[in-house]
Write a protein that binds this ligand. Structure first.
Ligand code: PNS
Length: 168
Protein backbone atom coordinates (compact mmCIF):
# COMPACT_ATOMS: atom_id res chain seq x y z
CA UNK A 1 0.00 0.00 0.00
CA UNK A 2 1.34 3.41 -0.86
CA UNK A 3 0.41 6.48 1.12
CA UNK A 4 0.69 9.91 -0.37
CA UNK A 5 0.85 13.08 1.59
CA UNK A 6 1.21 16.71 0.60
CA UNK A 7 4.86 17.81 0.40
CA UNK A 8 6.31 18.42 3.85
CA UNK A 9 7.62 21.95 3.72
CA UNK A 10 9.67 23.49 6.52
CA UNK A 11 10.74 27.07 7.08
CA UNK A 12 14.16 27.74 8.61
CA UNK A 13 13.97 31.42 9.61
CA UNK A 14 16.74 33.67 10.84
CA UNK A 15 18.90 36.71 10.33
CA UNK A 16 21.93 34.84 8.90
CA UNK A 17 24.14 37.91 9.34
CA UNK A 18 26.36 36.16 8.47
CA UNK A 19 25.63 32.55 7.56
CA UNK A 20 27.75 30.21 9.74
CA UNK A 21 28.70 26.55 9.38
CA UNK A 22 26.24 25.86 12.20
CA UNK A 23 23.40 27.19 10.01
CA UNK A 24 24.69 25.16 7.04
CA UNK A 25 24.70 22.02 9.19
CA UNK A 26 21.08 22.57 10.30
CA UNK A 27 19.90 23.32 6.74
CA UNK A 28 21.52 20.10 5.48
CA UNK A 29 19.96 18.06 8.27
CA UNK A 30 16.57 19.66 7.62
CA UNK A 31 16.81 18.99 3.89
CA UNK A 32 17.11 15.25 4.65
CA UNK A 33 13.91 15.03 6.67
CA UNK A 34 11.61 17.48 4.84
CA UNK A 35 10.55 17.40 1.20
CA UNK A 36 11.66 20.99 0.96
CA UNK A 37 13.17 23.54 3.29
CA UNK A 38 12.79 27.26 2.78
CA UNK A 39 15.55 29.29 4.38
CA UNK A 40 13.74 32.53 5.21
CA UNK A 41 15.92 35.57 5.84
CA UNK A 42 14.26 38.19 7.99
CA UNK A 43 14.43 41.55 6.23
CA UNK A 44 14.87 45.03 7.68
CA UNK A 45 15.22 44.45 11.40
CA UNK A 46 18.71 45.24 12.57
CA UNK A 47 19.44 48.85 11.75
CA UNK A 48 23.06 48.24 10.84
CA UNK A 49 23.43 44.69 9.55
CA UNK A 50 26.87 43.65 8.38
CA UNK A 51 25.48 42.19 5.15
CA UNK A 52 22.45 43.58 3.36
CA UNK A 53 19.52 41.22 2.86
CA UNK A 54 20.45 40.95 -0.83
CA UNK A 55 24.03 40.02 0.03
CA UNK A 56 22.78 37.35 2.44
CA UNK A 57 20.45 35.94 -0.22
CA UNK A 58 23.35 35.83 -2.66
CA UNK A 59 25.61 34.03 -0.16
CA UNK A 60 22.99 31.45 0.79
CA UNK A 61 22.03 30.81 -2.85
CA UNK A 62 25.67 30.24 -3.68
CA UNK A 63 26.26 27.83 -0.79
CA UNK A 64 23.10 25.80 -1.55
CA UNK A 65 23.14 25.94 -5.34
CA UNK A 66 23.47 22.14 -5.61
CA UNK A 67 20.57 21.42 -3.23
CA UNK A 68 17.34 21.07 -5.20
CA UNK A 69 15.08 21.04 -2.13
CA UNK A 70 16.60 24.07 -0.40
CA UNK A 71 15.13 27.45 -1.35
CA UNK A 72 16.39 30.81 -0.18
CA UNK A 73 13.84 33.57 0.35
CA UNK A 74 13.20 36.66 2.45
CA UNK A 75 10.26 37.57 4.64
CA UNK A 76 8.90 40.45 6.68
CA UNK A 77 6.20 40.54 9.32
CA UNK A 78 5.05 37.58 11.37
CA UNK A 79 6.86 34.33 10.75
CA UNK A 80 3.70 32.22 11.12
CA UNK A 81 1.89 34.31 8.47
CA UNK A 82 4.76 33.69 6.10
CA UNK A 83 4.85 29.97 6.99
CA UNK A 84 1.11 29.67 6.30
CA UNK A 85 1.48 31.55 3.03
CA UNK A 86 4.18 29.04 2.01
CA UNK A 87 2.01 26.08 3.15
CA UNK A 88 4.75 25.00 5.55
CA UNK A 89 3.88 22.55 8.31
CA UNK A 90 7.04 23.11 10.35
CA UNK A 91 9.45 25.76 11.55
CA UNK A 92 13.01 24.49 12.03
CA UNK A 93 15.25 26.05 14.66
CA UNK A 94 18.72 25.05 15.76
CA UNK A 95 19.43 24.49 19.46
CA UNK A 96 23.07 24.78 20.42
CA UNK A 97 23.03 24.87 24.19
CA UNK A 98 20.73 25.21 27.18
CA UNK A 99 21.24 28.96 26.95
CA UNK A 100 19.28 28.99 23.66
CA UNK A 101 16.39 27.15 25.20
CA UNK A 102 14.41 29.84 26.99
CA UNK A 103 14.18 32.21 24.03
CA UNK A 104 13.44 29.35 21.63
CA UNK A 105 10.81 27.86 23.96
CA UNK A 106 9.00 31.21 24.20
CA UNK A 107 9.08 31.71 20.44
CA UNK A 108 7.91 28.16 19.74
CA UNK A 109 4.97 28.50 22.13
CA UNK A 110 4.03 31.96 20.86
CA UNK A 111 4.13 30.67 17.30
CA UNK A 112 1.98 27.70 18.33
CA UNK A 113 -0.49 30.07 19.99
CA UNK A 114 -0.68 32.09 16.78
CA UNK A 115 -0.76 29.11 14.40
CA UNK A 116 -1.55 25.79 16.13
CA UNK A 117 -1.12 23.84 12.89
CA UNK A 118 2.55 24.68 12.54
CA UNK A 119 5.01 22.62 14.57
CA UNK A 120 8.43 23.91 15.65
CA UNK A 121 11.13 21.29 15.21
CA UNK A 122 14.45 21.74 17.04
CA UNK A 123 17.59 20.30 15.56
CA UNK A 124 21.04 20.01 17.14
CA UNK A 125 24.04 20.98 15.04
CA UNK A 126 27.22 18.88 15.04
CA UNK A 127 29.16 19.39 18.29
CA UNK A 128 31.95 21.36 16.63
CA UNK A 129 29.48 24.11 15.78
CA UNK A 130 27.74 24.45 19.12
CA UNK A 131 29.69 27.54 20.19
CA UNK A 132 29.37 29.44 16.91
CA UNK A 133 26.99 32.37 16.53
CA UNK A 134 26.73 35.10 13.90
CA UNK A 135 27.29 37.70 16.61
CA UNK A 136 30.58 36.11 17.72
CA UNK A 137 31.77 35.63 14.14
CA UNK A 138 31.26 39.35 13.50
CA UNK A 139 33.04 40.30 16.70
CA UNK A 140 35.99 37.94 16.25
CA UNK A 141 36.50 38.85 12.61
CA UNK A 142 36.27 42.59 13.27
CA UNK A 143 38.93 42.27 15.97
CA UNK A 144 41.29 40.37 13.69
CA UNK A 145 40.52 36.78 14.77
CA UNK A 146 40.49 33.72 12.53
CA UNK A 147 37.08 32.44 11.38
CA UNK A 148 38.24 29.79 8.89
CA UNK A 149 36.23 26.60 9.31
CA UNK A 150 33.47 28.41 11.21
CA UNK A 151 31.79 29.99 8.18
CA UNK A 152 31.57 28.88 4.53
CA UNK A 153 34.56 30.11 2.42
CA UNK A 154 32.33 32.57 0.52
CA UNK A 155 31.39 34.27 3.81
CA UNK A 156 35.04 34.59 4.75
CA UNK A 157 35.77 36.09 1.32
CA UNK A 158 32.93 38.60 1.66
CA UNK A 159 34.04 39.51 5.19
CA UNK A 160 37.54 40.23 3.89
CA UNK A 161 36.14 42.28 1.00
CA UNK A 162 34.10 44.38 3.42
CA UNK A 163 37.13 44.93 5.62
CA UNK A 164 39.21 45.99 2.62
CA UNK A 165 36.51 48.37 1.39
CA UNK A 166 36.30 49.92 4.86
CA UNK A 167 40.06 50.56 4.99
CA UNK A 168 40.04 52.47 1.69
O1 PNS B 1 18.45 34.38 13.64
P1 PNS B 1 17.52 34.88 14.69
O2 PNS B 1 17.74 36.36 14.89
O3 PNS B 1 17.62 34.09 15.97
O4 PNS B 1 16.02 34.70 14.14
C1 PNS B 1 14.93 35.21 14.84
C2 PNS B 1 13.62 35.09 14.01
C3 PNS B 1 13.82 35.69 12.63
C4 PNS B 1 13.26 33.64 13.87
C5 PNS B 1 12.51 35.84 14.80
O5 PNS B 1 12.96 37.11 15.13
C6 PNS B 1 11.22 35.96 14.00
O6 PNS B 1 10.53 34.98 13.78
N1 PNS B 1 10.89 37.18 13.56
C7 PNS B 1 9.72 37.47 12.74
C8 PNS B 1 8.67 38.23 13.53
C9 PNS B 1 7.84 37.29 14.39
O7 PNS B 1 7.14 36.44 13.90
N2 PNS B 1 7.93 37.50 15.72
C10 PNS B 1 7.26 36.69 16.69
C11 PNS B 1 8.09 35.46 17.05
S1 PNS B 1 7.34 34.50 18.31
Amino acid sequence: MTTSHPPRIAIYPGSFDPLTNGHVDIIERGSHIFDSIIVAILGNVEKTPLFSVNERVEILRDVFKGHANVQIETFNGLLVDYAQFKKASAIVRGLRAVSDFEYEFQMALMNRHLAPGIETVFMMPAEQYTYISSRLIKEVFTLGGEVTGLVPPIVEEKLRAKQKAKKK
